[in-house]
Write a protein that binds this ligand. Structure first.
Ligand code: NAD
Ligand code: UDP
Length: 338
């Protein structure tokens, strides 16, 4: 079965391409490489011993999309392509709406015209805003606090409207919690362009000496130790969730939100301690002011994905920190020259 993967050279996309190839799918990646390198896909092919097709291009290029759909026999699209930095989205909201919202509309138009109506979309737990209680189930109210989150929410709404207009569509809204870690080979992983915004790559870059110390954003939240609590999920577990979603969409029309999380919350200080105890690397840190827009705590109830997708996260917190560190220490400069 042929799958188009937009944004497949990126962090989650490259791990998902690996799982798709291993599951026997034929994979075509469309990526403009704005936040990634083709080297990730070279390594995916090396690891699997299988080949995929890479097309450098943009999801906003309608002519390119039409040609791709005409030349291939895609059965489903897994759509990762987009911009993802919350802070940047506040500085450049128009670029975020153009890339994420317009890009997705353009992709869906090309899919509709080609008669391909199966889509797995990368949504985010950010669509739950600041939840009134925990753990979060898929029927919680949705809201957004920044342009990035709003772009995901708008896309979810557009996809619900699309299905309401044509019930032939099968759409997965995969609401990721906090993806971390890397493939256990240490050959593919997260390769932030700049100083990382996310906790885990920040920790690994402090440990390797590229950054001096971790700033812990807030020590006065109403949580177990005052620092923010999140549901960290190993990127390989998350990627396997996409393969299960594609399988489930066959024969299940509709718009299906699924939480992809572990179901446990860990604080920032627990993450630092897990990293230290598993890798024996010290991570100097300092507690500073809260980061604007952050919430105290967020973790999933992943029961719907367990029952409907036959999926649950299997990798532990120790696996997550160990694999993140293996990737970072084997590739101190990511996919650049080491
Ligand atoms: P990433 O930046 O590593 O991957 C995104 C990929 O899309 C990159 O390879 C980039 O070059 C490509 N891309 C961006 N705009 C494009 C365009 N217009 N046309 C073609 N390619 C384009 O990010 P990621 O962490 O792998 O995230 C993948 C998806 O998951 C994103 O949609 C993101 O919003 C979503 N998500 C990520 C997280 C997270 O913490 N990483 C959490 C929730 C949701
Ligand atoms: N965090 C932190 N220092 C950092 C980056 C993140 O203390 O340099 C905290 C952040 O406040 C949150 C948690 O780590 O409580 C996860 O943040 P991340 O940006 O990785 O993901 P988010 O949940 O915000 O999408």
């Amino acid at each position: 079965m042929d799958i188009l993967v937009t944004g497949g050279a990126g962090y989650i996309g490259s791990h998902t391409c690996l799982e798709l190839l291993q599951a026997g799918y034929k994979v075509t990646v469309l990526d403009n490489l704005s936040n990634s390198s083709e080297e990730s896909l070279r390594r995916v092919q090396e690891l699997t011993g299988k080949t995929l097709t890479f097309v450098k291009g943009d999801i906003r290029d309608r002519a390119l999309l039409d040609k791709l759909f005409a030349d291939n026999d895609f059965n489903s699209v897994v759509h990762f392509a987009g911009l993802k930095a919350v802070g940047e989205s506040c500085q450049m909201p128009l670029e975020y709406y153009d890339n994420n919202v317009y890009g997705t509309v353009n992709l869906c138009m090309a899919m509709r015209d080609a008669g391909v109506k199966r889509l797995v979309f990368s949504s985010s737990a950010t669509v739950y805003g600041d939840p009134a209680s925990l753990p979060i189930t898929e029927d919680f109210p949705l809201s957004a606090t920044n342009p990035y989150g709003r772009s995901k929410l708008i896309i979810e709404d557009i996809l619900r409207d699309l299905f309401a207009s044509d019930e032939e569509w099968s759409i997965a809204l995969l609401r990721y919690f906090n993806p971390v870690g890397a493939h256990e080979s240490g050959m593919i992983g997260e390769d932030p362009n700049d100083i990382p915004n996310n906790l885990m790559p920040y920790i690994t870059q402090v440990a390797i000496g590229k950054l001096q110390q971790l700033s812990v954003f807030g020590g006065d939240y109403p949580t177990k130790d005052g620092t923010g609590v999140r549901d960290y999920i190993h990127v390989v577990d998350l990627s396997i969730g996409h393969v299960r979603a594609i399988e489930r969409l066959q024969g299940h029309k509709g718009v299906h939100p699924w939480n992809l999380g572990v179901g446990n919350g860990y604080s920032v200080l627990e993450m630092v301690e897990a990293f230290r105890s598993e890798t024996e690397q010290q991570v100097p840190y300092k507690i500073v002011d809260r980061r604007s827009g952050d919430i105290a705590a967020c973790y999933a109830n992943p029961e719907k994905a367990r029952t409907e997708l036959n999926w649950q996260a299997e990798r532990t917190l120790d696996d997550m920190v160990r694999d993140a560190w293996r990737w970072q220490s084997n590739n101190p400069n990511g996919y650049g020259h080491n």
